[in-house]
Ligand binder design. Structure first.
Ligand SMILES: Cc1cc2nc3c(=O)[nH]c(=O)nc-3n(C[C@H](O)[C@H](O)[C@H](O)COP(=O)(O)OP(=O)(O)OC[C@H]3O[C@@H](n4cnc5c(N)ncnc54)[C@H](O)[C@@H]3O)c2cc1C
Length: 434
């Protein structure tokens, strides 16, 4: 907490008073989940902490997470958790060892936020309201003595002999002993995440792995997806093929849109799809609409249906196999008119139907812009960051937390936990207490 004297002094006088008090001055750049966690931790650990947020208020993205419900973490155990970050996971081991999912849940409980765990181990606030997560974080920051300045973009990080000495915001230099950079990635830029941290970190000697969309809806060829806009398929298995070879598969939900396909399974597969498209590979999706039946069992089921419902039109028979919106798409693929009597389809046509149900193909032609990407892949190269503290190996006193780092997790609460864990470590390390 500030000493009572400091409250009545001018900014310059305050800074001199703090130097005399011998408290570490920490500046946190960015008031997203990472910045708020880092600032609160630094202040609780005794540092004089100033959070500079360029937007009119903090936590804009946090408040829209999890479809407005905020999936704060996941209860899976640590190695499983790390595997959800692919190649970028191992960097997080140290941060998770210090502050992991149960610690985060306890932390929020202590702040008075009740939590619930849902299907797939996903943890949400019991109120179902993401802004409640932001509110308790903000209250805790204020209680811990963090000074927050809104509409205060940081333009420059000031260093001397590869050591942090301050930052420049709105033309004014603010001196400090440590900076925590928590400016996020470039997705949903309207929330304030516009990638300024890349430039700031490059100025401090860092390498930035090029940013690209991840957890992003995909665009597909043809008009099949468009014809089925809004259709939500649950319990289907989706395989992603790169140049015809299976790269990854995901069981769950897909949703058709005007431009292509989205939904939890697609978002999970999208990182590899984006990389494939960027490299000029042929990327396609193969959706198994009947994953519970192998080809033989499915064919037996089709034969039974055709015998028992032979007098019906194919259009009507198909409605028992796929959602209504898919029927015209299916008839078109198998090249059978909808008014053909089911008993009149040939064995070859029946097998074509079975093959389509097991392998509904969509060619991926592209992906949606950053404005629609849940997270940003790429960011500050983690090899240049000490994973035990999150301190830069290039500039002393510079700490990095959250999505600005080159880490990317699946959907399911993984990304927020990574932001909170790296920020916990950054805040305490910057305050010199770890
Ligand atoms: C629609 C959506 C839903 C999501 N749902 C979930 C979910 O349910 N669970 C989950 O785990 N993850 C979810 N995510 C991902 C998660 O929100 C992010 O990973 C997380 O917000 C990253 O936190 P951060 O603090 O690193 O960055 P951000 O949240 O991006 O915050 C960065 C902050 O820095 C500020 N800033 C930027 N530049 C400057 C500057 N120069 N000076 C001062 N301030 C600056 C920005 O204004 C912003 O406030 C979702 C993302 C989106 C877009």
């Amino acid at each position: 907490m500030n000493s009572p004297l400091i409250g009545v002094l001018s900014q310059n006088q305050q800074e001199h008073a703090l130097i005399k008090e011998n408290r570490r001055r920490v500046i946190v750049i960015g008031g997203g989940p990472a910045g708020l966690m880092a600032a609160g931790q630094a202040a609780e650990a005794g540092a004089d902490t100033l959070l500079l947020e360029k937007m009119k208020r903090t936590g804009l993205k946090l408040c829209i997470t999890g479809k407005g419900r905020c999936n704060i973490t996941n209860i899976v155990e640590i190695s499983d958790f790390i595997s959800h970050f692919g190649k970028t996971g191992p960097f997080l081991r140290q941060a998770f060892a210090r502050f992991f999912n149960t610690d985060l849940m306890e932390f929020f409980n202590e702040l008075g936020l009740e939590l619930v765990t849902e299907r797939g181990g996903r943890v949400f606030p019991a109120s179902g309201k993401a802004p409640d997560v932001w509110k308790v974080l903000l209250q805790w920051n204020k209680k811990s003595g963090v000074r927050i300045r809104h509409s205060a973009p940081v333009d420059t990080i000031v260093t001397h002999n590869e050591c942090i000495t301050g930052v420049v915001s709105q033309g004014r230099e603010v001196p400090c002993d440590a900076v925590i950079l928590a400016t996020g990635g470039v997705s949903y830029p309207a929330t304030g995440s516009t990638g300024e941290g890349y430039r700031l970190s490059e100025s401090a000697g860092h390498t930035v792995i090029p940013a690209r969309q991840a957890l992003v809806p995909l665009e597909t060829a043809g008009d099949e997806a468009k014809k089925m806009t809004g259709l939500n398929l649950r319990n289907v298995n989706t395989r992603m093929l790169i140049n015809g070879r299976k790269k990854r598969e995901q069981f769950g939900e897909v949703v058709f849109t005007e431009f292509g396909i989205t939904g939890p399974s697609i978002l999970t597969l999208s990182g590899d799809a984006v990389d494939g498209v960027r490299k000029g590979h042929t990327v396609s999706l193969s959706i198994d609409l009947k994953p519970a039946l192998d080809e033989k069992k499915l064919d037996e089921r089709l034969q039974r249906d055709i015998v028992s419902r032979g007098k019906e039109h194919m259009g009507s028979l198909l409605r028992g196999l796929v959602p209504r919106e898919m029927v015209p798409v299916c008839l078109n693929f198998i090249n059978v008119p909808g008014d053909r009597m089911a008993c009149n389809i040939s064995a070859k046509e029946r097998r074509r139907l079975g093959a389509w149900l097991k392998d509904f193909r969509l060619e991926v032609t592209g992906y949606r812009p950053f404005a629609e990407a849940i997270i940003t892949a790429g960011g500050i190269d983690t090899r240049e960051i000490d994973p035990r503290t999150t301190e830069s190996r290039k500039t002393k006193g510079l700490f990095i937390a959250g999505e600005l780092l080159d880490i990317q997790g699946d959907t399911g609460g993984y990304n927020l936990q990574a932001a909170f864990s790296t920020a916990w470590l950054a805040g305490r390390s910057a305050a010199n207490i770890t």
